[in-house]
Write a new protein. Structure first.
Length: 680
């Protein structure tokens, strides 16, 4: 076959006859299928009209004769067939709903047209209206032998009666007289009674699987899960014994409550449905739980959880477990749930990481994931993401993949008030005295093991104090304070957030504290390192109160002192003037790291480090620069950048003259006298 494009014929390798034959064959196959369908329709018409007294009636379907009704009553919809032994028929599932005999009878009356179409004309005949082919309130009462004027029977169709309140029956057409209102069984209930437990379509996107519990729980293993194990056992016993229970689990870290719930449900052998959505979907959710005999689990509450909590706890016949970071507010509902604090499951979290990563990893999983406080569901997602990153790189799974995936799962609102830095440095980028480097390594060590030391070994100071790690970096500008914070964040596998003072300091009284509270709250729940650059602007010394300005400034400092006590994250403060930091803040710091001005040997190392990736002259002498120009690390880097631009402009490598000019410019920027200008 050839196709002409205006410039010549293109040979496709397929003949025109072959294409035409294929198209005709496809059409013939489709027409054949339609022919088979027409034959089946004809057979069904013949079968039904053979015994239908109204087959030749031109007004068929507009009215029903008594002869036709009796024919329908004698008709069997399909031959009897035995049900599979494992099947649970409608009768079994009706019994599981625990309705009264009368309510069960009413439900069957309303259900009949959804199971057997022959009930539609029968109900139309009994309703004296062939267009009303569903049961009505009056018809249901008549079929169950209850007088239409009896109040007790009529009450079974009220919105607050069990059938309607449980979502099993809908009384439609409220504008009609009570006895002529139609009854309908929701499609979800019909499907359940027939053995189909596909969730209601309105709940699509709102139901989620529970995280798999990391069992068995061993309270004696290193990691201190004894408290967690005891908590799970007690909660599981309550769920197994009944009656329906409402519990609010306050979690300090996102996911803690959900993992506790999953473990307790597993221990109790209780099925559950996990929900996250608006309160408008609660009726369908509770019906889903009732049909399956399951407990409702809710996590990830919104900013206004009151309506949702109230709707969930008002039912009273379904166990509801709610996990959230907010303190419980009695205004949320009239009947308070059981309020508990979710314990931290450190050893179980490590096992969850290990299970999610799988066997065969050539790195220390425990050390890699120690800085993260993710819930079990996010751990599984992070592990999947890490494997995807490794597949993209075409390499085995590494600690770097796992850290990057974990950071992606630690959602943060800190970017509204802080500048995010994804660390791209390591310890090799630091040129510091041994003492300072040792303290930075200790800072990272504290961040990794704070849960064990402060929690398991009970070395927390008490008084509601948090498990945060606080450090102060003090030194002149350019001595490496911010770079060191980035290196510590990189060592921990966390992002660094530099707090923008312009976004938190407010001229109005109390607003600065509110902005700081938002930052600390978000940092508490986020796996990140928080950096307050130029911290003396916020953490300055309190002064003697001489006017209202002093009083409000001292109130701000007092708030910060209290907030640091309960902080659970990692915060680093930098200052050029250590003496300006209030001593009360200093007492609450874990480490104070001094960044001295570099001596000639360190300056030489900084010059060499700055030129590591820069094309340089082979005979370049850096020792005279390090001796003559007293520059900090930041200034040396700026001088190297200036020299690199000068060399790039010439299309040459960096020479001594370029570096000298860069160093001189740094001196001039600082307003200092350039040593030996014109003679070096």
């Amino acid at each position: 076959m050839t196709i002409t494009d205006g410039t010549g014929d293109i040979d496709t390798g397929v003949s025109h006859d072959a294409v035409a034959f294929a198209a005709e064959s496809a059409t013939d196959a489709l027409l054949a299928r339609l022919g088979h369908l027409r034959e089946r329709v004809a057979l069904l018409v013949d079968r039904r009209s053979a015994a239908d007294p109204t087959a030749g009636d031109p007004l068929r379907g507009l009215y029903l004769q008594e002869e036709v009704v009796r024919h329908l009553l004698l008709r069997s919809p399909e031959p009897d067939r035995p049900a599979p032994e494992s099947a649970h028929g409608p009768a079994d599932r009706l019994a599981a709903l625990r309705l009264t005999d009368l309510d069960t009878a009413f439900l069957l009356v309303a259900l009949a047209p959804d199971l057997d179409r022959t009930f539609e004309p029968l109900y139309g005949y009994l309703n004296d209206d062939v267009s009303r082919r569903r049961a009505t309130v009056g018809l249901a009462l008549d079929l169950c032998g209850i007088p239409a004027h009896e109040a007790a029977g009529r009450a079974r169709f009220r919105p607050t009666a069990p059938l309607s309140a449980l979502g099993l029956l809908t009384v439609e057409e409220p504008e009609r007289p009570f006895l002529t209102r139609s009854l309908r069984v929701p499609d979800r209930v019909v499907a359940h009674l027939l053995g189909d437990d596909t969730p209601d379509a309105t709940l699509t996107g709102h139901l989620h699987p529970l995280p798999a519990p990391s069992l068995p729980y061993d309270g004696q293993e290193p990691g201190g899960d004894g408290e967690f194990t005891g908590f799970v056992g007690r909660l599981g016993a309550l769920l197994a014994e009944g009656p329906p229970l409402a519990v609010y689990l306050r979690e300090r870290h996102e996911g803690d409550g959900l993992v506790c719930v999953a473990a307790a449900l597993h221990a109790a052998g209780v099925a559950a449905v996990r929900f996250s959505g608006p309160e408008e979907r609660v009726p369908e959710l509770l019906r889903e739980a009732r049909l399956g005999g399951r407990t409702v689990v809710v996590s990830g509450l919104s900013d206004q959880p009151g309506p949702l909590v109230r709707a969930l706890t008002a039912a009273g016949d379904v166990s509801v477990l709610i996990a959230g970071a907010r303190p419980y507010d009695p205004q949320w509902c009239e009947s308070d749930p059981l309020i508990l604090e979710a314990p931290r499951q450190r050893a179980a979290t490590v096992r969850a990481w290990t299970d999610a990563v799988g066997e065969g990893s050539d790195f220390d999983v425990r050390a890699t994931v120690a800085p993260y406080h993710l819930g079990a569901d996010r751990i599984a997602r992070a592990a999947r993401a890490a494997r995807g990153l490794a597949a993209f790189d075409g390499t085995p799974l590494t600690a770097a993949h796992l850290r990057l995936a974990a950071r992606q799962q630690s959602a943060s609102g800190l970017e509204q008030h802080a500048r995010r830095i994804r660390p791209a440095v390591d310890w090799r980028d630091l040129v510091l005295p041994d003492r300072s480097l040792s303290q930075l390594h200790e800072l990272a060590l504290r961040a990794r093991h704070r849960d064990r030391v402060l929690g398991d070994w009970r070395l927390s100071a008490g008084g509601g104090r948090g498990r945060g790690v606080l450090g102060l970096f003090a030194g002149e500008s350019g001595t490496g304070k911010t770079l060191s914070a980035e290196v510590v964040a990189a060592e921990l596998g966390l992002d660094l957030y530099v707090v923008q003072l312009s976004s938190i300091v407010d001229k109005y009284v109390g607003e600065t504290e509110k902005n700081l509270e938002r930052i600390f709250t978000e940092a508490d729940r986020t796996d990140a390192v928080l950096l307050f650059d130029e911290a003396d602007a916020v953490f300055g010394k309190r002064s003697e109160v001489k006017d209202s300005h002093d009083r409000y400034a001292n109130m701000e400092s007092a708030y910060l002192l209290q907030r640091l006590e309960s902080f659970d994250g990692i915060a680093l403060l930098t200052t050029n003037l250590r003496a300006n930091i209030d001593e009360a803040f200093t007492r609450r710091l874990d480490l104070v790291v001094d960044f001295p001005f570099p001596d000639p040997a360190q300056r030489l190392a900084l010059w060499r480090h700055g030129l590591t990736h820069v094309p340089s002259a082979p005979d370049l002498e850096l020792a005279p620069l390090a001796e003559e120009f007293e520059l900090a690390g930041g200034s040396i880097r700026s001088a190297v950048v200036t020299a690199a631009y000068l060399a790039a402009g010439r299309g040459d490598t960096v020479g001594a003259a370029d570096l000298l000019e860069g160093a001189r410019r740094e001196y001039r920027k600082a307003g200092r006298l350039v040593p030996g200008e014109g003679t070096w």
